[in-house]
Write a protein that binds this ligand. Sequence first.
Ligand code: 9MR
Length: 450
Amino acid sequence: MKLTSTSVLRIALVSTLVAAGTGAAVLAATSANAATTLAASAAQTGRYFGTAVAAHKLSDSTYVNILNREFDMVTAENEMKMDATEPNQGQFSYGNADRIVNQARAQGKRVRGHALAWHSQQPPWMQRMEGSGLRQAMLNHVTQVATYYRGKIYAWDVVNEAFADGSSGARRDSNLQRTGNDWIEAAFRAARAADPGAKLCYNDYNTDDWSHAKTQGVYRMVQDFKSRGVPIDCVGLQSHFNSASPVPGNYQTTLQRFADLGVEVQITELDIEGSGQTQAENFRRVTQACLAVARCAGITVWGIRDSDSWRASGTPLLFDSGGNKKAAYNAVLEALNAGGTTPPTTTTTTPGGPTGCTAAASVNSWNGGFVATVKVTAGSSAISGWRVTLTLPPGTTVVGAWNAERSGDSGTVDWTNVGHNGSVAAGQSTEFGFQGSGTAEGITPSCATG
Ligand code: 9MR
């Protein structure tokens, strides 16, 4: 499907089950009822807390226990990269990626897709290509992989690490860049056409310091994309920090400046080398910066235990090698529980009292059509089934849906869970989506359990 409008409209609406006689808005936990996991704490301000996951570790029970308990967003550390998903040209391989996606979704977690197009970790056949053949192969890869995972991905890193380090602020030289400067926008358009419900991100490292040329280069590209209607929804700041590349003093400014362009910002690969209180305070600062920026949607750390890290010797994560919480974990949890701004896409309310569920819709619209993604979040108790009700404007029709059964195609539509997504743990979320003709303006989903 092709988008016909140059603008992408994101509407967020929240509605909740209203039980008779109760009703109180809760935007941040107080110390008396502070949430005790990263995901639940982040969810209090409508954010997610994620981690990179390696498929071969899904048989490690310590690893999986922490994953299931603490995180509600998952990124495949290597399994969705180009070399993994298209090892031979035109032959796609999703086994390991599927293990991660299925594990995450079975637990009610969402998935960030990483990454559709990148100069690195290309399969050997692609590394040897140049020019229009490579351009076609890249676009086919984006289309095939995004189509395969259509409806299952919260956000795709459509293009990863396309800018040069150093003082130029220019694109990085690569075989993809040599196909023409428009390769990035071509990749974004292909991704939007393949999965209109996924947010589309540009993701990079060393883009955390607002004064750096690379940050400015990425900023100008995003600004240009927004001004020309290239479909981009988010910017990922990888945020790999160490003593040579510390958390910059202006980190929050960087997040805010990108957000001010009208894109979501996501901290996508956070790790901070160090130990003890110094490391903890750095993690706290990064967390607080995200919480202070309304469009900062969530934080993903690049692994669970220090021993899982690509930089294991720098002990850069929140759990030690034994799976114990570090001081850095406690600092992040405290910061999350202290609350922050509420992202414009989500408001958290509990009019149904401590239990029940809430539903929030975000909508990508174009001239004549839209894709709505509806997030169903359990209250403080687990739920084993849900029903979302929403009323479509006159003349609007559902043309396709995923992850939910529906009662009809127009007017007031009831959406109920399918087999695999009815059970949602306390504070966790699941998503369904639908595509429609017409407009989704004003849709206000409400959620009921059972
Ligand atoms: O953590 C990943 C590691 O297992 C791989 O060997 C490495 C290969 O490039 O990629 C690591 O993940 C990278 C991510 O995909 C993109 N940003 C930088 C990450 C750390 O290198």
